[in-house]
Design a protein around this ligand. Structure first.
Ligand code: FAD
Length: 401
C-alpha cells in the first residue's frame, strides 16, 4: 500500500509520523511531498517580524527526520491531483496512491482587497516566512522614521490571532525604543467585537482585549471592512480612512494552488470538503487536514469572519486522519472527535492563554488567563515542538497537543 501526503508542515508531518507509528515499512510506503524543503514553526513568525528570531532558528530540513522514520521525501510542487486515476501530478513527476492526505494549507487571497501585500501591494502580512521577513525589513526602515500604523485583518480573514500579537508586540517594542509617542496605532478588525476570533469569542476575551488595548493606547475599530491599502493610508468600505505608513493587514485565505486547481476536489474557495472523519466527501481514498479543510463560519457577522484552523487543531485533525486511514485498511473504529483549541497570545512582556473545548460554541470549557508564565510556556513549547519534530517524533499527545 502507498500513502501519499502533500504538505510538510503541521498537518503533513504529523500525519506522516502518526501513520508510521501505526504502519510498518513492510505494510506501507509513505511519501511526503512538499514544495518547501524546510518545516517552519509558523506560530513564531511574529517573532521573526520583530527581529527576535531568525527563520533558521524556527525551522529544520525535512529530509533527515523523514528518512529516520522511513518516510520518502519528495521536494516538489503539486500541480494537480487526479482523484479518478488516484494520481498526484508534480513538477518532479507523478505519484500514484492508495490513500492521499492533503495538508497544503492556504493561499493568501490578496486579490480580495486592493493593496494587500507585501508582494502584491504596500500592505504587510505574516502568513508565510517570506512575508514575515519583509515585515522585519520594513520595520527596520520604519523605526528610523516612525509614523502612524494600522494593524488588523481584512474581511473574511480567519487567522485573526497574529494581528493581535503583532499589535501587542510592536507596542512593546516601540515603548522599549522610546518612540511609542510617535506612533499612533489603530487596530481594525472585521470581528463584531474584539476577541471573537472567528469562533464567537472565548470566555472573557472580549473584555480582556478591550481593556488591554485601551491601556496601551491602541485605538480599535470592530466590524471594519478594509477596502484599500495605500502607501500612506488604510481605507474602510464606509469611507473612513486612517493614516498609516506601516500597515499590516492579514488577508482572507483560499485553498493552495495545485489543489484548488484540481477539478472536483475543492469548494469554490479551494478548500476541501470532508466528513467527520476528515475523509473527502466524494473521494473515499482522499483525506484532508489543517488549513486545507473547508469549515463553515460559526456565526453570521456584519462583516464576514471565517473559522480559524490553528496549528493545535491541525495536529488533532492529522492524528484523527492517520487513525482513520488505519481503521479503513485494518479495521477498527474510526475517530470523529470534536476539535478543541488551546492558544497562547504573546502580548509583549506577557501573554494570554486561551482554551476552548469544543472550539464551536456552546462549550464545556472557555477560559482565558494572563501572565508572564504563559510567555515562557509559548517559548518553551516552540523549542519542545521543534526538538521533537526534527527528530522524527510526533509531538501529538505532549503538552495537551
Ligand atoms: C503568523 C501566524 C501565527 C500563528 N500562531 C498560531 C498559534 O500560536 N497557535 C496555533 O495553534 N496556530 C497558529 N497559527 C496557525 C498555524 O500556523 C496553522 O494552523 C498551521 O500552519 C496549519 O498547518 P497546515 O499543515 O495545515 O498548513 P501550512 O502550515 O500552511 O503548510 C502547508 C504545507 O503544504 C505545502 N504545500 C502547499 N502547496 C503545495 C503544493 N502545491 N505542492 C507541494 N506542497 C505544497 C507547503 O510547502 C507547506 O509545507 C498561526 C498562523 C500564522 C500565519
Amino acid at each position: 500500500m502507498r500513502i501519499v501526503i502533500i504538505g510538510g508542515s503541521f498537518g503533513g508531518l504529523t500525519t506522516a509520523y502518526e501513520l508510521r507509528k501505526r504502519l510498518g515499512r513492510r505494510q506501507c510506503e509513505i511519501i511526503l511531498i512538499s514544495k518547501e524543503r524546510r518545516f517552519v514553526f509558523i506560530p513564531s513568525l511574529p517573532w521573526v517580524a520583530m527581529g527576535e528570531k531568525s527563520l533558521e532558528q524556527i525551522s529544520f530540513d525535512l529530509e533527515k527526520p523523514l528518512k529516520r522514520r522511513e518516510i520518502r521525501f519528495a521536494h516538489a510542487a503539486v500541480n494537480r491531483v487526479d482523484p479518478q486515476a488516484r494520481k498526484v501530478i508534480t513538477d518532479g513527476g507523478d505519484y500514484s496512491y492508495d490513500y492521499l492526505v492533503i495538508a497544503t494549507g492556504h493561499r493568501s487571497a490578496n486579490e480580495a482587497v486592493a493593496g494587500l501585500g507585501p508582494f502584491d501591494g504596500p500592505g504587510h502580512s505574516l502568513m508565510s516566512p517570506p512575508e514575515a521577513e519583509e515585515a522585519r525589513k520594513a520595520l527596520a526602515v520604519f523605526f528610523e522614521k516612525p509614523g502612524p500604523m494600522v494593524i488588523g485583518c481584512a474581511p473574511g480573514a480567519s487567522c485573526i490571532g497574529p494581528a493581535y500579537e503583532f499589535a501587542f508586540e510592536i507596542d512593546y517594542l516601540l515603548r522599549k525604543r522610546k518612540i511609542r509617542h510617535k506612533v499612533p496605532i489603530v487596530m481594525i478588525t472585521p470581528e463584531p467585537f474584539l476577541g471573537h476570533f472567528g469562533v464567537g469569542g472565548v470566555g472573557r476575551a472580549r473584555q480582556f482585549l478591550e481593556g488591554e488595548l485601551e491601556e496601551r493606547d491602541i485605538r480599535y475599530v470592530t466590524s471594519a471592512a478594509v477596502s484599500r491599502i495605500t502607501g500612506s493610508s488604510v481605507e474602510l468600505a464606509g469611507g473612513e480612512s486612517f493614516e498609516s505608513v506601516f500597515s499590516l493587514v492579514i488577508p482572507p485565505l483560499a485553498g493552495a494552488k495545485g489543489v484548488a486547481d484540481s477539478p472536483g476536489l475543492t469548494n469554490p474557495k479551494g478548500f476541501i470538503p470532508v466528513d467527520e472523519h476528515y475523509r473527502h466527501r466524494d473521494f473515499p481514498s482522499i483525506y484532508a487536514v489543517g488549513v486545507a479543510v473547508a469549515f463553515p463560519p460559526v456565526d453570521e457577522t456584519p462583516v464576514p469572519v471565517n473559522f480559524p484552523k490553528t496549528g493545535h487543531m491541525t495536529e488533532q485533525m492529522a492524528a484523527m486522519a492517520a487513525h482513520n486511514i488505519c481503521a479503513d485498511t485494518s479495521g477498527g473504529e474510526k475517530l470523529a472527535r470534536e476539535l478543541r483549541v488551546e492558544c497562547i497570545l504573546d502580548m509583549g512582556g506577557s501573554a494570554a492563554h486561551m482554551k476552548a473545548d469544543p472550539v464551536r460554541p456552546p462549550r464545556n470549557i472557555a477560559v482565558m488567563s494572563e501572565g508572564r508564565r504563559w510567555l515562557w510556556a509559548k517559548k518553551i513549547f516552540e523549542r519542545y515542538y521543534l526538538w521533537n519534530a526534527a527528530r522524527g517524533k510526533s509531538p501529538v499527545g505532549g503538552l495537551g497537543w
